[in-house]
Design a protein around this ligand. Structure first.
Ligand code: PLP
Length: 339
């Protein structure tokens, strides 16, 4: 879906601004067919988000909510990135966030949408984890579907009052997919919410080349019409994610590995900076290679997510058995203790 929207909206070589760190596959998704250039945009300061980490030295980070205001780049950070582009077309937001595993504060999301629309950009809000808010570390979450999370679609009326409905309807697009919340990545079904009729017509046309089969369409229709099944499935999925998250973070705390408290998705972002021999991305790769080769634990290196600094890794915990999560952390601990 992202590829099709980029293909329809951009020219080859157009830039898409993406708050970093971001989902590593965006690079390929954007470049391979549409020849669009992803531009990572960092928050100007690393220290804000760092306050939110659960640290082995200082316990839970104070003021997680305030610290999350340092996830998305400031308007000044966005201005700087924008000024370096030759043909910027889109701001791509991911909420709930991958790789950080957090629900973004809605005021911050709104600020970024407003900034982008005033610059004449389109905005894509990637909400593929919308129903995977597990609330593992956040009293707002608690496993109720969608709690603590606000879709860009729900923000449309207030954004329309601020900026005018024409602009919002033409430029704000929300995407969703069934790969995560319904654990159905093999079916390859995603969807687009947009009120831009020209975009929808274009997507209707190019969508022919990547349409879902009749069988899959039928299966999805049957599944989604069964509202009570969907509700139960999502609640069970959230409960399983929460349980895995809580098990994983219990072991991380015991191993004195610092992590960003998460409340959505299947990720935990950890800080291994102090285990780098060399505080560079080459040093990060050395640690990553050792963990994969010797500890047999595969993390996503922060470098692949365009992290601002070396030494951060994404753990994907999904529906792992509790013993596997413990074993993974034990192996990591054993490896880092020998460094
Ligand atoms: C933020 C985000 N967007 C999009 C995707 C693509 O999902 P899929 O290609 O499985 O539908 C993923 C998958 O990990 C993701 O994390």
């Amino acid at each position: 879906v992202i590829d099709n929207v980029c293909f329809a909206v951009c020219d080859p070589g157009s830039e898409v601004l993406i708050p970093a760190p971001y989902y590593p596959a965006f690079d390929n998704d954007l470049r391979v067919k549409s020849s669009v250039v992803p531009v990572p945009v960092h928050h100007g300061s690393a220290s804000g988000l760092r306050k939110a980490f659960h640290s082995s030295a200082g316990g839970p980070g104070p003021g997680k909510r305030e610290a999350l205001e340092s996830v998305l780049p400031s308007n000044e950070d966005l201005d700087r990135a924008f000024a370096n582009c030759s043909n910027p077309r889109i701001l791509l937001l991911t909420n709930p966030h991958n790789p950080l595993g957090v629900v973004l504060p809605s005021d911050e999301v709104k600020r970024c949408i407003k900034w982008a629309l005033q610059k004449g950009l389109h905005v894509i809000s990637d909400e593929i984890y919308a129903n995977s808010v597990h609330g593992g570390d956040d009293a707002d979450g608690g496993g109720e579907i969608g709690q603590g999370f606000r879709s860009a679609i729900a923000m449309m009326p207030e954004l329309s009052r601020l900026l005018g409905s024409d602009l919002i309807e033409e430029r704000l697009h929300t995407i969703f997919g069934f790969s995560k919340d319904l654990c159905a990545s093999g079916l390859r079904v995603g969807c687009l919410h947009s009120k831009n009729t020209r975009l929808l017509t274009a997507i209707d046309n190019i969508g022919y080349f990547c349409g879902v089969s009749g069988h899959t369409g039928y299966l999805m229709a049957q599944t989604l019409q069964d509202a009570s099944f969907v509700k139960k499935f999502l609640a069970k999925n959230q409960a399983n994610l929460r349980k895995s998250y809580q098990t994983l973070t219990k072991h991380l705390r015991e191993a004195e590995i610092d992590y960003l408290p998460a409340d959505a998705g299947m990720f935990c972002w950890i800080d291994m900076q102090r285990y780098l021999k060399d505080k560079t991305f080459a040093g990060e790769m050395e640690l990553w290679t050792g963990l994969a080769r010797d500890a047999k634990v595969l993390f996503t290196p922060g470098r692949d997510c365009h992290a601002r600094e070396p030494g951060f890794f994404r753990i994907c915990f999904a529906w792992m058995p509790e013993e596997a999560l413990k074993l993974a952390v034990d192996r990591v601990k054993h490896y880092i203790d020998k460094l």
